[in-house]
Write a protein that binds this ligand. Structure first.
Ligand SMILES: *Cc1c(COP(=O)(O)O)cnc(C)c1O
Length: 389
């Protein structure tokens, strides 16, 4: 058994990352300034000229987009329930109505068909989730949205660096990235908007900092003109330079991170292939580069001899951390109470919500770490089948 605990995620922090943050701390300017601007520019360059705006979390970016699109009472927002709670909380907080669509049982992705059939005259936006870093079928989803004048906001929290065909997520359309510590690159906390809609980007930028108008002066003067005017009431969600400096340094290693995650994922998949009842989430068909954000398996109790919660507890006893990404939003206490109509309405989502478990996956993991997990999984599942036979 492992003598040290293996967490399910851990950020990869290099000496360069540390130096970048230290230099910012020593520079005399630690809140939003040149580092944030450089991070936005580096991501814009990577995405072939998209408009990029940073904020203090992925959730904050999504909130700003909702405000900029005037999402509110009477609006329906189509999204999966198999997502992080932040999106659905925001829909609710803005007074709009979430309309959940089921996901594919094996990829956890929403399909264009399910989105189309959930559309009504009240649909204001669709929020597909690029689950685990696998891209949704965006050509079809965008054309459904465009045909009806509905906004499409891609939840790309898992999908920084993901490509669909040759096109990177965020290079067209509107995508929201997260830089939370478990995500592929981190700023401690942080998020990025990437959009080809320049007006949307401008409004998000303004709403991000009290609704004050941004101009070139801000950049050259290291701050806003003291006379800057509020053009509409905004919030305070700007990303400090301390955080942005880390993100800028991390972004340089994004492709290395994904490549390492891909190698680890393949090792897991080979090792899990002959284990009954431990079923990895599948990759979508079609040309793509997977972001490999999470290594999710489904624990099928009838075959594995343990249920998901027992499986997680036994791995913990073996010094291996796991996570659940995610419990379906409609199964959370508040949503059960206030939106009971969804109970039982999303069979593939509920199937997965009861069975999914994220195994350790992060770039600094060694091959031996993966083998430790595989060994532990083998012994849990074999021990159970020995008991039941
Ligand atoms: C992490 C995450 C978010 C929110 O990002 P934060 O930066 O934590 O606010 C949104 N959606 C999904 C699917 C996520 O995994």
């Amino acid at each position: 058994m492992r003598t040290t605990f293996l967490p399910f995620a851990r950020p990869s922090i290099s000496d360069e990352d540390i130096q970048a943050v230290v230099q910012t701390l020593q520079s005399g300017w630690i809140t939003t300034g040149s580092q944030c601007a450089s991070l936005e520019q580096a991501m814009a360059d990577r995405l072939g000229g998209a408009n990029v705006v940073a904020a203090m979390s992925g959730t904050a970016v999504m909130d700003l987009v909702f405000r900029a699109l005037n999402i509110g009472p009477g609006d329906e927002i189509i999204t999966p329930s198999m997502t992080w709670v932040s999106t659905v909380n925001l829909i609710t907080l803005h007074g709009a109505t979430p309309v959940f669509v089921d996901v594919d049982r094996d990829t956890l992705l929403v399909s264009p068909e399910s989105i189309e059939s959930a559309m009504t005259s009240r649909t204001k936006a669709v929020i597909p989730v690029h689950y685990c870093g696998a891209p949704c079928d965006m050509d079809a989803i965008r054309s459904i949205c465009d045909g009806r004048g509905v906004h499409c906001i891609e939840d790309a929290a898992h999908a920084i660096g993901t490509r669909l065909g040759s096109s990177e997520v965020g290079s067209t359309g509107t995508a929201v990235f997260s830089m939370h510590p478990i995500k592929t690159i981190t700023t401690g906390e942080g998020g990025l908007l990437a959009t080809d809609d320049e007006q949307l980007a401008q409004r998000v930028r303004r709403l991000r900092f009290h609704g004050l108008e941004v101009d070139a002066h801000d950049r050259s003067q290291h701050g806003r003109a003291p006379q800057a005017q509020v053009f509409e009431p905004g919030v305070k969600a700007n990303l400090p330079d301390m955080n942005a400096a880390l993100g800028l340094s991390q972004l340089r290693r994004l492709d290395t991170f994904i490549d390492r995650r891909d190698v680890l994922t393949k090792r897991y998949r080979e090792g899990l292939a002959d284990i009954k009842g431990i079923d990895p989430v599948a990759d979508p068909t079609g040309s793509h580069r997977h972001g490999r954000h999470l290594m999710i398996v489904r624990v099928e109790p009838t075959q594995a001899g343990v249920d998901r919660d027992e499986f997680m507890a036994m791995l913990k006893d073996a010094n291996i951390g796991t996570g659940i990404h995610f419990l379906a939003v409609h199964t959370h206490a508040w949503y059960r109470e206030h939106m009971p109509q969804w109970d039982g309405a999303l069979p593939e989502t509920e199937y997965n919500s009861d069975r999914i478990c994220s195994l350790p996956l992060f770039p600094d993991m060694t091959d031996a770490d993966v083998d430790d997990v595989l060994k532990a999984v083998h012994s849990i599942v074999n021990a159970q089948s020995a008991v039941s036979s």
